[in-house]
Design a protein around this ligand. Structure first.
Ligand code: ARG
Length: 596
């Protein structure tokens, strides 16, 4: 149990004993003491001042005296500043905490709490490769799921593959016209890139055709639709919906190329799913939902046959859920999907990791699902994230294409290699070990940098900065971990058994205390990450922990500590720090090396 949770009932007991006052848990505010004041934890007194009709100063003095008297093993001193009661915690409390937990690799994890949660993430369209935005999505989704699992939730990771529609028809039609039967194998191209190239080519050809039409007097919008290649794509979509065998075959073939490409990327970056849904299935479920909504009078049909929902009373607008030609719209397939997910998994909470351009979409989705009475609708949660830009403020490379995920990973591996060689600490590594290390650092840098920012905020990804071994980066934390491991190796090589020796030393130096206090906060940080759906709090925490260890280690020696007890204590601190770093980084999907 965290120390704050331990202090709360003691505070309640004191309030009761001194004043006969029964304070509710929600009335208690206890924080870490600000560094400029003496003490470790601070009780905020304002909420009781009125009820108890006492001055903050008097209340603080009385409470402080009582707490220190009643719990001398926990509190050693107090002071009152304005409405704040600052309490100093006994060193023996911290050493005891350390002794109890330093070997525990699962420190901060919770036993099953019987709550099912679904996390949908990645969910790309199948007409082009993954880009930088998808990386933020995937890392966020994966990490959110890992954090929930660590906190005792039963988690299901899913993905919706948006595999049908005009976008994939564009790639299909262009390949049919210009592909000459080539394949990813025949050209040595990764499948998703191969298909994406035809999607890009579609755009180029459409523009050329539009230019001709505009020259003949058409306006831009007309020309866009009238371009022969666009018409061919539209026809293909109609044929697809009609189930025309050649079109279905072509569609299956091209999607399979895309999937083989996605799988390589997913594997490389550590994305995995318990189940993948396909829009080609769920859009039909949506049609069922439309019938259902009409029957329940949640939807209304207009004269032209289109189906709508009126959300003006909810402060939103009127929204079409089925076009007049009977075709499904995006929201409709999502209604069907939500119902399907619920039927199959029955989760209390259903998280969708999707970019903030779709904030409105998910607001509407949740509202419609609630109106339709779809079970679990109240648990729909859009984990919205902001756009990722490059340092020069663009999302696109000079060639005008979005930043490709595979290229980004490759670039990071190259930088990792250069930086590691510069450091020159792993000259004895085999080629295989080196390869693994470069991957660990490259992905560590990428993941950490994308996850250290509050998801809702837009961000700039700076590849160079993300891999700085001295910065607010994954590699800095990884390096600290490797450094600690090297200290621990030295101890064991010297035959020093720090787990056998007592750490009777009850007086801690400031930097020792600081580090142990930080270690103690890990479970509380995890709790915050869960309740806010925000892995960045873990990234910030592990960074601060690594920094705190380095500050300590610059000032104090471990292996040449003043006494054997101190040496033992510090090795335990080091060992626990390494464990917590490994755990926190693990929840971000980042490996930590033993050496680097
Ligand atoms: N494929 C969509 C896109 O790339 C995202 C899908 C999000 N998930 C959902 N259930 N709507 O924008």
């Amino acid at each position: 149990m965290s120390i704050i949770k331990e202090i709360k009932p003691l505070l309640q007991a004191s309030l009761k004993e001194l004043y006969g006052y029964e304070a509710a848990e929600t009335e208690l505010t206890i924080n870490s003491t600000k560094p400029e004041f003496e003490g470790d934890y601070t009780i905020v007194l304002f909420s009781f001042v009125k009820q108890l009709k006492k001055s903050p100063e008097q209340l603080g003095q009385e409470l402080g005296t009582h707490l220190v008297q009643q719990h001398p093993a926990l509190f050693t001193a107090f002071n009152v500043i304005k409405g704040f009661l600052n309490l100093s915690v006994a060193d023996s409390y911290w050493t005891r905490f350390l002794n109890n937990h330093y070997q525990q690799t699962g420190f901060g994890s919770l036993p099953p709490i019987g709550k099912k949660v679904m996390v949908e993430y990645a969910s790309p369209n199948t007409n082009k490769p993954l880009h930088l935005g998808h990386l933020r999505n995937i890392f966020l989704g994966w990490s959110t799921a890992a954090i929930l699992k660590h906190s005792g939730h039963e988690v299901y990771k899913t993905c919706i593959s948006n595999d049908r529609g005009i976008h994939i028809c564009k790639s299909m039609v262009t390949w049919q016209l210009y592909g000459n039967g080539s394949t990813p194998e025949s050209t040595g191209t990764k499948g998703d890139h191969f298909v994406g190239d035809y999607y890009v080519k579609f755009g180029i050809i459409q523009k050329e055709q539009m230019a001709e039409l505009i020259e003949k007097g058409m306006d831009k919008k007309e020309a866009e639709a009238a371009a022969p290649i666009m018409k061919a794509a539209q026809q293909m979509l109609v044929d697809w919906e009609a189930g025309k065998p050649e079109v279905i075959d072509l569609w299956k073939k091209m999607n399979s190329w895309v999937y083989s490409g996605f799988d390589i990327t997913y594997n490389r970056i550590g994305a995995d799913f318990d189940k993948t849904y396909y829009e080609s299935d769920t859009y039909l479920l949506g049609k069922k939902a439309v019938q259902d909504g009409l029957a329940k009078k949640v939807f209304t049909q207009k004269e032209d046959g289109s189906v709508w929902i009126d959300l003006t009373a909810d402060g939103l607008d009127e929204k079409v859920v089925q076009r007049k030609d009977g075709t499904a719209v995006y929201i409709t397939q999502d209604i069907g999907l939500a119902a399907q997910k619920q039927e199959e998994f029955g989760c209390e909470q259903s998280i969708y990791v999707v970019a903030d351009e779709q904030n409105y979409h998910f607001k509407v989705l949740k509202l419609i699902c609630e109106k339709l009475g779809i079970p679990g609708a109240a648990g729909i949660y859009h984990l919205s994230y902001g756009m990722v830009e490059l340092p020069d403020g663009r999302m696109k490379t000079r060639e005008g294409t979005v930043v490709d995920a595979d290229d980004m990973v490759e670039e990071m591996v190259n930088v990792a290699k250069a930086k590691t060689e510069e450091l020159g600490k792993v000259k004895d590594f085999t080629a295989e070990e080196l390869k693994e290390l470069y991957d660990t650092i490259a992905l560590g840098a990428l993941k950490f940098f994308l996850l250290r920012v509050d998801p809702k905020k837009r961000m700039i990804f700076n590849p160079e900065e993300s891999i700085d071994f001295h910065g607010f980066t994954g590699p800095f934390v990884q390096y600290t971990h490797a450094r600690i491991k090297s200290v621990l190796r030295k101890a064991s090589e010297a035959g020093f058994k720090y787990d056998a020796l007592s750490t009777a030393t009850d007086s801690l130096l400031k930097l020792e205390r600081d580090l142990i206090i930080l270690l103690e906060q890990y479970p509380a940080v995890l709790e915050q990450a869960v309740s806010e759906h925000n892995p960045s709090v873990i990234a910030i925490y592990v960074f601060n922990l690594a920094k705190s260890f380095n500050t300590f280690y610059t000032e104090h020696s471990v292996m040449n500590a003043e006494t054997e007890e101190k040496k033992s204590l510090r090795l335990r601190m080091a060992s626990m720090t390494a464990n917590v770093i490994a755990s926190g980084m693990g929840l971000l999907g980042i490996r930590v090396p033993e050496r680097m």
